[in-house]
Design a protein around this ligand. Structure first.
Ligand code: UDX
Ligand code: UDX
Length: 457
């Protein structure tokens, strides 16, 4: 079959995979190829067991794979064949050299840009899908348009999908943002990308901007979301010291339409691959422009987050009579949030390590993330085990700490759990997910975030 347009995506990760599956489903006349340097990942995309867990993704892939969606390791052939190339390779925080711990590591991005240049014989549009520092497009434009007779337009189309709801977010986005240069070729490239999304996204939700605004909007959106969480978590500490209840405070302020109710849930802190990385990036850029106060302002969002994670460990320690050494503690959830197997930057990992340092016997359970957690904690030699069944995890434990808001933890039989635990039995609800009064009445000592503890002693 002749396809109208050929789209390539480099990087078959959490962003590239689901996004391309949605474009394939919504745009039958386009051929979509997703390539990756990791053959195991591509093999998984071509199998029954996809490399990432995302509700609704398997159905979408089944419908499109082999029809107009293809997964391959042939990066170079893919480049020369494509009209439009989305780049969604990872851009982790740099771990070395200048800007280590803050700046984005653009080595994969630049390598990919050079690969695109080497294997292109016709004009192409290159779309930034990875989150990148502001003005990266300019650098890319320079690398790409340096040597050949071929013209490249770099467009920024940042991704706002959240893990666990990626398919719904892609299908019905609040907005799609497309930034380009405001030259005739830039505007034409912008239109080509708008045309893709216009297959299913209402036109008034497709925003157009200059390329710098698009890049900065992505960092700003994540920084604002993270800032709301750190703000409410800071207030949760104050609630625990006073007689206030953070859920009541959240409800009261969330009703103010200027504030809004979303992203105000206090907990053990935010995780995920984006928030910390993007804020660090913003901090680094601000320092780069000599804006020290701006950098410090955003840095404090990360500081509060780390403090909240550590504070949770401290609360556990203090309430369990200042020692957890040798005590079995069941961690319910290790994923950074519900409905994903992803553990990147998960607060639960920090808490697990904090408890292990105190020599607790930590047992981790999670419905989707145990494989990832095993890898993350592979260096731990003692005191750690994994258990698929939460009832087995809690057996003989002194405490259960709920760290991921999986709904299944709400529906467990806590009477049965209590019967199998040591006394006094503790529940630390790091996501304020459970019915605290009921647990207390069953006989648990209950510690939640931003609420007065309920204890029997
Ligand atoms: C990525 C970026 O990390 C993030 O900044 C951006 O916002 C969205 O895209 P994600 O999809 O979660 O996020 O990353 P990951 O799941 O790690 O996938 C990246 C993929 O790119 C990996 O499968 C990796 O093998 C691949 N890759 C990396 C290449 O194909 N070529 C490279 O040179 C480097
Ligand atoms: C985020 C952004 O939401 C998304 O737009 C962007 O493209 C990528 O980064 P994601 O990391 O998948 O998405 O998850 P998100 O739902 O934003 O949650 C991030 C973290 O914040 C999780 O650890 C979650 O548990 C926590 N969180 C979220 C809270 O603690 N309280 C809240 O009210 C909301």
């Amino acid at each position: 079959m002749e396809f109208e347009k050929k789209i390539l995506c480099i990087g078959a990760g959490y962003v590239g995979g689901p996004t391309m599956a949605m474009i394939a489903a919504k745009c039958p006349p386009y051929k979509i190829t997703v390539v990756d340097i990791n053959p195991a990942r591509i093999a998984a995309w071509n199998s029954h067991s996809l490399p990432i867990y995302e509700p609704g993704l398997d159905v979408l892939v089944q419908k499109t794979r082999g029809v107009n969606l293809f997964f391959s390791t042939a990066v170079e052939a893919g480049i020369s064949d494509a009209d439009i190339i989305f780049v969604s390779v990872n851009t982790p925080t740099k771990t070395f050299g200048q800007g280590a711990g803050k700046a984005a590591n653009l080595q994969f991005w630049e390598k990919t840009a050079r690969q695109i240049l080497a294997h292109s014989t016709a004009d192409k549009i290159v779309v930034e899908k990875s989150t990148l520092p502001v003005r990266t497009a300019e650098v890319m434009q320079r690398i790409l348009n340096n040597t050949k007779n071929v013209h490249f337009e770099v467009v920024s189309n940042p991704e706002f999908l959240a893990e666990g709801t990626a398919i719904a977010d892609l299908e019905n986005p609040d907005r799609v943002l497309i930034g380009s240069q405001e030259t005739p070729t830039g505007l034409a490239a912008r239109k080509a990308i708008v045309d893709i999304y216009a297959h299913w996204v209402p036109r008034d939700r497709i925003l157009e901007s200059n390329v710098w605004s698009a890049e900065l909007s992505k960092l700003t959106a994540n920084a604002f979301l993270a800032q709301r969480i750190s703000s409410i978590n800071a207030i949760s500490a104050l609630c625990e010291k006073s007689q206030a209840d953070v859920a009541e405070v959240t409800n009261a302020i969330g009703k103010d339409s200027r504030i809004g109710a979303k992203f105000l849930k206090a907990g053990v802190g935010f995780g995920g691959s984006c928030f910390k990385k993007d804020i660090l990036n913003l901090v680094y850029i601000s320092h780069g422009y000599g804006l020290t106060e701006v950098a410090e302002y955003w840095e404090s969002v990360i500081k509060i987050n780390a403090w909240q994670e550590n504070r949770f460990v401290r609360t556990m320690l203090e309430s369990m009579f200042n020692t957890v050494a040798g005590k079995r503690i069941a961690l319910f959830g290790i994923a950074f949030k519900a409905n994903t197997g992803d553990t990147r930057e998960s607060p639960a990992l920090v808490i697990a390590r904090g408890l292990l340092e105190e020599r607790a016997q930590v047992v981790i359970t999670d419905p989707k993330a145990l494989d990832n957690a095993r890898q993350d904690l592979h260096d731990v030699k003692e005191g750690l085990s994994f258990e698929a069944d939460p009832y087995c995890a809690a057996e003989g434990a002194h405490a259960v700490a709920l760290l991921t808001d999986w709904k299944l933890y709400q529906d467990l039989d806590y009477q049965r759990i209590l019967r199998s635990m040591e006394r006094p039995a503790f529940v630390f609800d790091g996501r304020n997910l459970l019915d605290h009064k009921k647990l207390f009445e069953l006989g648990f000592n209950v510690f939640a975030i931003g609420k007065a503890p309920l204890r029997h002693f």
